[in-house]
Design a protein. Sequence first.
Lengths: 246, 185
Amino acid sequence: MTEPTPKIRRRNARNWHRWLGLVAAIPLLWLSISGLLLNHTAFLGLNEAEVSTGWILKKYNQVPEGDPRGIQVGDRKVSQWGKLLFLDHEDLQLNGNLVGGVAVKNRLVIATDERVAIVNGSGEMELDLDELSLPPLPVEGVGVEGQQLVLRSAGGTYRFSDDFLSFKEAEILLSTTSLSLLEDRARDELESAIRTRNAMPLSRVILDAHSGKIFGFPGTLLTDLAAISVIVLTILGLRLFPKRKL
Amino acid sequence: MENPIIIPSILVSATASKLRSLFFVTALLLSGGSAFSADRVYQKPSDFIRGSLGKIPATKAITLNATQQKTVRAILGKRYKTTSIRYWSVGKKTALILEEVGKAEYITTGYVVSEGKISTVKVLVYRETHGWEVARPAFTKQLEGTQLKGGNQLSRPVKNIAGATLSVRALTKLARLALYLDSIK
């Protein structure tokens, strides 16, 4: 096979330069604009501006997926949405899947399959009990017997001491209340509270959109391709730079 | 003239290939995804307590009064997540499992305090996406042997890790908190 002539090579380079430039134009334009914005975040007030758009917050795992479920305990509502737990509309810093909640001696006890939180009347978390202070996990049910907390777990049924720090196995038939789906109105109120509270700084969103991370692996890949395009366009441009011999 | 038919066919094929690439990249982009979650579990809290104290003793708790809560707030710059904090004691050793937010997620850390000095520090669960380097012994060893001096500060400075500043701050604050809690238990 014969080598292409300089004229053909030049035409190939020009075609590649033109098409690659066209394909890479939008990503490069975005990278340039977002780069300029990020260089002047303080001047433009981008750190103070907040984004509370649903789909963007979902990218940051701020608005959960799926249907929220909950349980009413007295005048408090304990709910779980995705991996997040809420007491009324406030975040509850507790890991695991919600099992239930009960009122014990002016306190609200919230149980997940791996943790138990003791919340006082002001809504403050008094104790966050993990595997070190709980019977063999997972916790399967929570209830009250004679003003004392009772948990059903993988190992049996256990009655807790008044300070919630120790427990003994007990023969108790525990009746528990199951979780129910949140009604539309309650769900909308919860989502609205989450969006308001978890709004992201605009500068952070632009930074993650600039790097592509906000779109996960595909976004990072696109940013990488745009960067490689610049390198290739530069090389092709340098090849095309010398004046054509007449 | 050399084979004039080959060049247009290459160009056509190259253009189609470029369009295909553009299509796939766009499809991938629209398919979305999230890169903002990561949990690193280094050790279970129960294994840490058992390893540090030789057994798991009965759980005790310090219930913070108003003055103590004020001091804790001064150390952390905010309230601790609970108003009672659990600890486990054997002889002169006291073990605490403490949690503090690095940037957005809690870092679960085990501390053992003996005679007013930190003897062991171990990151048990790291949930942030960046800054896990604080879990390395090269960092945690710095905290060992430290004690509280005036103003509830550590007796010697802790070196920062570039890119993990918030996690370094969180672990340093928790070290101060562990020493303070040991002093009031």
